[in-house]
Design a protein around this ligand. Structure first.
Ligand SMILES: Cc1cc2nc3c(=O)[nH]c(=O)nc-3n(C[C@H](O)[C@H](O)[C@H](O)COP(=O)(O)OP(=O)(O)OC[C@H]3O[C@@H](n4cnc5c(N)ncnc54)[C@H](O)[C@@H]3O)c2cc1C
Length: 276
């Protein structure tokens, strides 16, 4: 069946867009190149204006149930983890944020989209190119498992395929802004009991070199450390090498209190740094 809207990319932007459309009974097909929702460490917290949008589409209870409510403000610390300054929320403030890792949000969105009966999500299928004709869009995707190419038609096509968007490139649209050539942003998920040491859910590490954030990413002892790593011209920014992993581990050990041999590292990810 021809779907009215094709959404390319099942990241948070694509999935949320698809949910809004499907809830209005508009047929949507979501095309995702990955084999499932991207599981790499990415966003971790959703603040009141975002939670209002979650409430409108009926996912707020699921997000709160899966994540952890946070209303304890934030702290600034140096690279040894010592407290520099902090902000507590005003008294009687009923607003809160929810800490939940992006893949878990993606799974909630996926479930809600499919419940509508107006959407289909296809994984392992990469958008290739498009042609705009007579008020519709013809587009081609390639199955990543068997290289088979499929042609489809839709009324509108939404490019939600991330920073390197193939849809954007197909339309000859430039990515605005500036990419740092020698900086890589590296994120690691880890488990450690930081609450016993009195750490808030959000901590900004202030240092000219070892800067970063240490934030709660969900329930229990789930945390995230994200930091910037300077690279030489010859080092690749498209993967995270052993030296970088070691550097990030060393930074984390320096920042965190207590017996850091207890830290359990779970997953690394990275991206190029861009300024817009
Ligand atoms: C290491 C890291 C840490 C981050 N930490 C935070 C954080 O703490 N807080 C925060 O707010 N944000 C964070 N971000 C940013 C946040 O993850 C992004 O802003 C968000 O993912 C953007 O959503 P999106 O849907 O636009 O794109 P993406 O999440 O990139 O999703 C795009 C999707 O499109 C798919 N795709 C790509 N090309 C094709 C194609 N040709 N055909 C079909 N599908 C395709 C990809 O597989 C992907 O699933 C982080 C990002 C990274 C990389």
């Amino acid at each position: 069946m021809e779907k009215s809207v094709a959404v390319i990319g099942a990241g948070p932007v694509g999935l949320f867009t698809a949910l809004l459309l499907a809830q209005r009974k508009i047929h949507v097909i979501v095309i995702e190149a990955g084999e499932g929702i991207d599981q790499s460490p990415r966003a971790v917290a959703y603040f009141p204006p975002v939670l209002e949008e979650f409430a409108k589409v009926g996912i707020i209870e699921d997000v709160i149930a899966a994540g952890e409510k946070n209303a304890d403000g934030c702290d600034w610390r140096n690279a040894d983890g010592d407290l520099l300054a902090g902000i507590d929320p005003p008294p009687n403030d009923s607003t809160f944020a929810v800490c939940l890792s992006q893949p878990e949000l993606g799974e909630i969105l996926r479930g809600k989209i499919l419940e509508t009966g107006f959407a289909e999500i296809i994984f392992n299928e990469a958008f290739q190119r498009l042609k705009q004709v007579d008020g519709s869009v013809v587009y081609w995707t390639k199955n990543k498992l068997n290289d088979h190419e499929t042609e489809r038609t839709c009324r509108y096509l939404v490019g939600a395929d991330g920073g390197h968007s193939a849809v954007r490139k197909n339309l000859d649209i430039n990515l605005e802004g500036y990419t740092f050539e020698s900086f890589q942003f590296v994120a690691v998920n880890f488990r450690y009991d930081l609450r016993v040491s009195g750490w808030k859910a959000a901590n900004f590490i202030v240092d000219p070199v070892d800067w970063g954030i240490v934030v709660k990413r969900g329930r229990g002892t789930s945390w995230r450390f994200a930091t910037g790593v300077e690279k030489s011209a010859t080092q690749k920014l498209t993967s995270v090498d052993e030296a970088t992993i070691q550097l990030v581990k060393d930074r984390l050990r320096r920042i965190l209190p207590g017996d850091t041999s207890e830290i359990q590292k779970e997953m690394f990810s990275w991206l190029e740094m861009q300024r817009t």
